[in-house]
Design a protein around this ligand. Structure first.
Ligand SMILES: NC(=O)C1=CN([C@@H]2O[C@H](COP(=O)(O)OP(=O)(O)OC[C@H]3O[C@@H](n4cnc5c(N)ncnc54)[C@H](OP(=O)(O)O)[C@@H]3O)[C@@H](O)[C@H]2O)C=CC1
Ligand SMILES: O=C(CO)COP(=O)(O)O
Length: 335
């Protein structure tokens, strides 16, 4: 059994603490807020993040990074993606150089356009990193609803270790060497989910949603492959799998934010209503910039950016998408 510290006591970090303790590991859940730690200790619950869930007594809680990350076999990074770099900097001098780290956050950093494990490797030179991703809403994982995800790492050993530590009868973990593909799939699906939510907010139907999922995965795949990822990865759990769940689920924070925007709210108003982190808003600009860097056409992602940051009316965004030049469905085809 392993000693594991989870950094970030949001809905996902907390659900994974429940899962990992259930797997028999010694788990410390770190929150950056002392009062949250005290509340979880006192009530055995994280009411604002996972309402109604009783947290097992075996979970240890800490708001002290130094004690939380000390002597851990594995660190799990579950902070919002925009907090990954600052959190990594804070633990830099507290952990061994070859610390094993699994990132479960989904997002691309604006500015550097780095994925989560690229940020970790940038700050924590020598750290061994993996990403765990796939269709896995915390609210369902914590209720032991059968869930399948993928653990990706450049290190076969770390992929295997991640699989070993996280997998149980209700949580099936595949492994993959395509770390980039898994992280791009997990991050960019959030941007498409915002579009799916906008479609719901506008009162559009299943046809529109199916079209967004289908053409959305095409965009994500085009970009990921141009960056060096494997096409198959985007047809997998951290590609189409995660895109389907996020675009359809009542639990999805990104779909819900999109819904509010479709109903007329600004991006900020929508995020305030959702209360939890809406990663797609942060990854949208990065996705657009990656498209420009790699010369890849990303029409849905482009319109999401215009709605989020350039005050474009959502209906106009849809009209423009529908009125694009006539095309063949396949990128490369001949008769
Ligand atoms: N929820 C889910 O089902 C899944 C989420 N993910 C990914 O996991 C990551 C975390 O998401 P999720 O748990 O849902 O987010 P939540 O919004 O539920 O929680 C985020 C947590 O991070 C804390 N936090 C905010 N800023 C910082 C900071 N600067 N340093 C440390 N902690 C901070 C928040 O604290 P405070 O309360 O003070 O704001 C809160 O406890 C995201 O990248 C998400 O995409 C991946 C798969 C499933
Ligand atoms: O990544 C997730 C599920 O796999 C969570 O998606 P949301 O952030 O949209 O809730």
């Amino acid at each position: 059994m392993a000693r594991i510290c989870i950094l970030g006591a949001g809905s996902w970090g907390t659900a994974l603490a429940v899962l990992l303790v259930g797997n028999g590991h010694t788990v410390t859940l770190w929150s950056h807020r002392e009062e949250e730690v005290l509340a979880m200790q006192r009530t055995s619950a994280n009411e604002s993040k996972l309402p109604g869930v009783v947290l097992p007594r075996e979970i240890r809680y800490s708001s002290q990074l130094k004690e939380a990350v000390k002597n851990q076999d594995l660190l799990v990074f579950a902070v919002p993606s925009k907090a990954t770099r600052e959190t990594a900097k804070k633990i830099k001098d507290l952990i061994p150089e070859d610390q094993k780290i699994v990132s479960v956050s989904k997002g691309i950093e604006e500015g550097t356009l780095y994925s989560q494990t690229q940020i970790l490797e940038d700050v924590l030179k020598g750290a061994l990193t993996a990403a765990l991703s796939g269709p896995s809403h915390a609210e369902e994982v914590v209720r032991r609803i059968p869930t399948l995800v993928v653990a990706a790492s450049k290190s076969h050993d770390l992929a295997l270790l991640t699989q070993e530590l996280f997998m149980n009868a209700n949580f099936r973990v595949y492994i993959s060497p395509d770390l980039l593909g898994v992280e791009i799939g997990g991050s960019l699906k959030n941007v498409i989910a915002l579009a799916a939510g906008m479609s719901d907010g506008l009162g559009y139907g299943d046809n529109t949603k199916a079209a967004l999922i289908t053409r959305g995965i095409k965009e994500i795949t085009r970009l990921a492959v141009a960056m060096g990822a494997k096409e198959d990865t985007l047809a997998g759990l951290s590609g189409i799998g995660d895109l389907i769940v996020t675009c359809q689920s009542m639990h999805s924070r990104n779909r819900m934010a999109g819904y509010y925007i479709g109903q007329g709210d600004s991006a900020q108003e929508a995020m305030d209503k959702v209360k939890m982190v809406v990663e797609g808003v942060y990854s949208a600009r990065a996705a657009r910039a990656l498209g420009q860097r790699y010369g890849v056409d990303l029409p849905i992602i482009e319109q999401v950016n215009r709605v989020l940051f350039e005050q474009m009316d959502v209906r106009k965004a849809v009209l423009e998408l529908m009125g694009r030049e006539k095309k063949a469905e396949l990128d490369h085809c001949s008769w």
